[in-house]
Write a protein that binds this ligand. Sequence first.
Ligand SMILES: [Zn+2]
Length: 130
Amino acid sequence: MIKNTQSAEFVERSKCINSGSTNLKELSSGFFTEQPLKNFIDNEPWGESPLKYLTYQKWCFVQCLNCTQKFHKYILNPSWMKKCYSEWVTQKAIEKFEKDRGLNSAENLFEKGRHYIIYILCIKNSTTKN
Ligand SMILES: [Zn+2]
């Protein structure tokens, strides 16, 4: 059971997630509670905000020098990942976020549907030409 006062726990990925190489280059890093990331996190559609669990926690974005794959070096461990997708990222919070911004209006849903149809037609056209 994860308590409200605990810090999130991460797993370090020291090998490339694509090639397995350890030849990694750090592209950027920082703390979750530093700007501009803190503002970004503050404005995401959370159920419960994860920020209180991320104080003093560092993120690090790396690139594999063998295959160019980019990925986050630290990811939540399995129990924290479970918390993330059951308490932080919730369907209810996403629906509220979309409703508050009018993203589920009839006009937006129509545009979204139109975009998907165009996308499907592009795929169909590209596969029938060959
Ligand atoms: Zn690689």
